[in-house]
Write a protein that binds this ligand. Structure first.
Ligand SMILES: CC(C)(COP(=O)(O)OP(=O)(O)OC[C@H]1O[C@@H](n2cnc3c(N)ncnc32)[C@H](O)[C@@H]1OP(=O)(O)O)[C@@H](O)C(=O)NCCC(=O)NCCS
Length: 416
């Protein structure tokens, strides 16, 4: 068959197709092209409803965050990451036997296949941003799992638990190898939060540090239809597998308008240097129309409850460490300035990412690792929502309002 014959076939097919072109009258409403377009488009899908859920609720007006009916303040006080993950996944608090079984399962999955270590030793992975290393190695976990392509609900549920356990181990290994240190083996005598700190720093944390990491993991675990959760759910709605969908979530979380903000906040605080420079720094940011990282939120038009919890907790870190003390003083000053100048007028307040990094810094964790810790927590929300949606899955497939030409003519390159 020649190229000319192929092109003849395409022309014939176009003629056949044209016989069926109509003015769309009678076509189902969802596929009809109406012109001029009679819809309003909210940039960034603001206000769009993607699905129903029973997992979590962000009350943006009152600054409340609820998981399965439980308030985030109450969970921070009483719960830990394992229990909160169970709550998100299964919709109820585990009883003692259920907790034990879930905890044992998480611990059983903690150790990584040795191929992950080999991959992390490779130059490009080692020097990449740790979120890049994280999605590469999360993808590898999928590649190494012979059952990853089984997208039945039961198998995806099992992978979810495996990933809730292993993303933390990956984060621990990445943190160590970035510093040129050998990874430490997961310690099965430690709870999830304590083991994460241990694997990142090489030291077993005290009770207070463990509690602070638990709070951080609880507070980041779920947050409505945020960008990374939506991304992960969209990927999974095509019946892709859990690993791939979680990789999609990680890539979205990486950006500075989302999880990546916590890392940037620390660089900003360091750039400001001392509390007396905060006012001038903010004035310049306003003049340059720069967004201040760690402030503002699409849903919260009140002070983010997670920042309300984290802010005062940084004080414990500040007491132990003069560097944190200085950064905390700068942060509090910036918080006060922005709330005063932007709070009433624009409803811009600190969000979760403003104070969290100071807690991690106080634990001796490298700034670039802050967003991976976010992922080690949000994995519970991603997987819980993927599994909830999978029960009555329907492919996510929104539309865009086409504002371009519809009758452009193809002109050969030498005649353009
Ligand atoms: C989170 C965020 C992306 C939500 O943004 P959004 O709902 O799309 O809101 P917009 O970016 O459209 O901002 C609305 C207005 O508030 C301003 N604004 C929002 N966040 C701001 C910030 N952090 N600093 C300064 N101004 C901000 C915008 O400049 C815009 O002002 P304008 O109406 O005068 O143009 C945004 O607040 C932001 O970029 N924050 C910094 C990054 C961050 O901390 N991300 C973590 C979120 S948990």
């Amino acid at each position: 068959m020649s190229v000319n014959e192929i092109n003849d076939k395409i022309r014939e097919a176009a003629k056949v197709a044209a016989q069926y072109h109509t003015d769309n009258v009678g076509a189902p409403a969802a596929t009809r092209l109406e012109w001029p377009v009679a819809v309003s488009v909210n940039k960034g899908l603001e206000g769009a409803i993607a699905c129903e859920t029973k997992i979590g609720y962000v009350d943006g007006v009152n600054g409340r965050l609820v998981y399965r009916g439980h308030d985030s303040f109450e969970l921070s006080e009483h719960s830990n990451f394992e229990e909160t993950s169970y709550l998100l996944l299964y919709g109820k608090m585990p009883n003692a036997a259920e907790y034990k079984a879930f905890d044992e399962k998480l611990k059983g999955y903690r150790k990584l296949p040795h191929e992950i270590y080999d991959a992390l030793k490779l130059g490009a992975v080692k020097t990449a941003h740790p979120m890049t290393s994280l999605y590469i190695t999360t993808g590898m976990l999928g590649a190494l799992d012979q059952k990853s392509e089984d997208v039945s609900w039961q198998n995806q549920e099992e992978i979810a638990i495996r990933l809730i356990s292993r993303i933390s181990t990956l984060v621990g290994e990445i943190a160590r190898l970035r510093k040129g240190l050998e990874p430490v083996e997961p310690d099965l005598s430690l709870g999830h939060a304590a083991n994460l700190v241990y694997m990142m720093t090489g030291s077993k944390p005290d009770e207070a540090t463990t509690k602070l990491m638990d709070i951080a993991l609880i507070l980041h675990a779920d947050h409505g239809m945020n960008a990374s959760t939506f991304t992960a759910m969209v990927a999974n709605s095509s019946l892709s597998d859990m690993y791939s969908s979680v990789v999609a979530g990680i890539t979205s979380l990486k950006g500075s308008l989302h999880g990546g903000a916590n890392e940037k906040v620390l660089y900003d605080l360091e750039e400001i240097g001392t509390p007396d420079k905060a006012e001038e720094w903010f004035k310049k940011a306003r003049e340059e129309k720069r967004k201040v990282m760690g402030f503002g939120h699409r849903v919260y038009k009140a002070y983010d409850p997670r920042a309300r919890i984290f802010g005062p907790l940084v004080e414990f870190m500040a007491r132990r460490n003069p560097e944190i003390n200085n950064l905390y003083s700068i942060a509090k000053k910036l918080d006060a300035i922005i709330c005063e100048q932007f709070g009433k007028e624009k409803k811009i307040f600190p969000n979760v990412d403003f104070y969290s990094g100071l807690i991690y810094r106080g634990m001796g964790i490298e700034t670039a690792m802050f967003t991976p810790i976010f992922a080690a927590s949000r994995i519970s929300g991603w997987t819980a929502r993927i599994l909830e949606y999978l029960k009555e899955n329907r492919l996510f497939r929104p539309r865009a309002v086409y504002t371009g030409e519809t009758k452009a003519e193809y002109i050969p390159i030498d005649k353009r």
